[in-house]
Design a protein. Structure first.
Length: 250
């Protein structure tokens, strides 16, 4: 996961009259539920207004860099992903259309994420108080075809919960989900191999004084390690890239 700066301006499609009316009805329903059961008169409102709109996905593209916020799998466009609710709709129906509660996620990650928030919650990459880039550790275990995650600080409950979630989303937790996540692990492995090849090529060019090859390889390597690239934090955790100059990382 990478830290995200979310646009403070919500997409206009999330502020239409249908949504405003639904939120008003939902507030009235909540007040109605405080009355004795025999005095309650309102039925829980439903809203069928869409949130999969062009301006939402354009905002996702700009803020989340066309990546699943959970797995960092990259897409050509955010339209290819689901709209995931950070706080599930069943817990907070009033946040169904709230811009700050909407996140782009791969379909598999969205389907596998539990519909209940664990005690303590998860790290929020859009919350400046949650430094997801420092609060999580990564380890690629290709011998066992797995990606491991751990909280940097075991006392940070949100980090522990997030590491556990990412562990499940990347590796699966049943035979079926392990099959569903195999493509994700394969994509990570391919990216890993490519970066190793680039690091070796760059080092050889530097040692040989091959300025042109060093320049070209450096540009490609920086792009692969960029925050815009797929699996940024997993790739930056590799031992092979830890000795690269700081300017390789944006």
């Amino acid at each position: 996961m990478i830290n995200i700066v979310r646009s403070p301006q919500a997409p206009q499609s999330l502020n239409n009259e249908g949504i405003k009316s639904y939120l008003d009805e939902l507030e009235a329903y909540k007040d109605d539920q405080l009355l004795p059961s025999e005095q309650q008169t309102l039925v829980k409102p439903k809203c069928h207004e869409a949130y999969r709109n062009a301006d939402l996905f354009e905002a996702f593209d700009n803020c989340f860099l066309k990546k699943c916020y959970l797995t960092e799998q990259a897409y050509f466009t955010s339209w290819s992903m689901d709209v995931e609710h950070f706080i599930p709709q069943n817990e907070r129906p009033d946040l169904k259309y709230e811009w700050t509660n909407l996140y782009p996620a791969s379909h598999e990650a969205n389907m596998m994420k539990p519909r209940s928030t664990p005690a303590g919650g998860y790290l929020d990459p859009c919350n400046p108080d949650d430094n997801v880039e420092q609060d999580l550790l990564y380890f690629l275990d290709f011998e066992n075809d797995a990606v491991h995650f751990e909280a940097t600080d075991g006392a940070n409950i949100k980090a522990v919960n997030t590491a556990n979630l990412l562990q499940k989303l990347h590796n699966g937790y049943t035979s079926e989900t392990r099959r569903k996540t195999a493509e994700l692990r394969n994509a990570i492995h391919k990216r890993y191999v490519k970066i190793l090849e680039l690091v070796i090529k760059w080092q050889k060019a530097r040692e040989a004084g091959d300025v042109q090859t060093k320049f070209e390889t450096e540009r490609v390597l920086k792009a692969h390690l960029s925050r815009r690239a797929a699996f940024t934090m997993i790739m930056r955790s590799l031992e092979a890239v830890k000795d690269l100059p700081t300017e390789f990382f944006d």
